[in-house]
Design a protein around this ligand. Structure first.
Ligand code: FPP
Length: 230
């Protein structure tokens, strides 16, 4: 495939609940089905030569959901990491997490730290999961850290350096499933010049072929980053 491959893809995995409800199943079933899509999409990215994939798993606004759904989502994330540890290592996936660590269950944050450490030398692809993440929250925390350090004349580099996303390059391609056309407080700073693609399918139905088709479309877009074509 001689497409222009994005270095960093971010995905808003939307529609698990509706996918399940339309099938007369519980929303939780939809989340479990959604989790099954993470591995094939990550491995497809790796095969295509994408260096970074970042997935929005739980936003700072998702705390508004029923407590039962929140608890099950955190349990699912932890179980997922335990279950996939072997495959993550086999495929040399470097796992990172962005978002707040102070409000999620300790057993989940411990598992996240364990996976980050365990996979730190893997260099196949960097898979970043956003948990209790909000773009505005990330920026606010970064600015407060700069204030604590007594920084003045703050530069863009200073801000980026204190974001949770400091280790990530800017996002080239943002995909959102379920035909909703919103950023929903995802990586506000890093999406500044991303190309956006909205897919009608719900996340559990999203396939590696869908991803490949979107990358082909991305390849045709003319990215000028504010400049003009001469
Ligand atoms: C959006 O669907 C999905 C979420 C809020 C949770 C994302 C979680 C997963 C895809 C599960 C697995 C993830 C990992 C990293 C193992 P929704 O509930 O907002 O759907 P709706 O808009 O139809 O209600």
């Amino acid at each position: 495939m001689d497409f222009k491959i994005p270095k960093h893809i971010a995905i808003i995995m939307d529609g698990n609940g509706r996918w399940a409800q339309e099938k007369g199943k519980s929303r939780i079933y939809g989340h479990y089905k959604g989790a099954e899509v993470v591995e094939p999409i990550t491995l497809k990215c790796k095969d295509l030569g994408v260096s970074y994939i970042t997935l929005f798993a739980f936003s700072t606004e998702n705390w508004k959901r029923p407590q039962e759904e929140i608890d099950i989502l955190f349990k699912l994330f932890k179980e997922y990491l335990i279950q996939k540890e072997e495959s993550i290592m086999k495929n040399s996936v470097n796992m990172r997490f962005i978002g707040r660590r102070d409000r999620i269950p300790k057993e989940l944050s411990d598992m996240m730290s364990y996976m980050e450490q365990k996979t730190s030398h893997n260099n196949g692809i960097t898979l970043t999961i956003a948990v209790d993440y909000g773009g505005t929250d990330d920026l606010t925390r970064a600015i407060n850290k700069l204030i604590e350090l007594g920084k003045t004349n703050i530069t863009e580099k200073d801000i980026k350096g204190f974001l949770d996303t400091s280790f990530l390059p800017e996002v080239d391609l943002l995909i959102r499933t379920s035909n909703e056309k919103r950023i929903s407080n995802f990586m506000l700073w890093d999406l500044a010049y991303s190309e956006f693609f909205f897919c009608e399918k719900y996340w559990p139905d999203f396939t590696p072929e869908d991803l490949e088709n979107i990358i082909e479309e991305f390849s045709k877009r003319d990215r000028r980053f504010g400049a003009i074509v001469v």
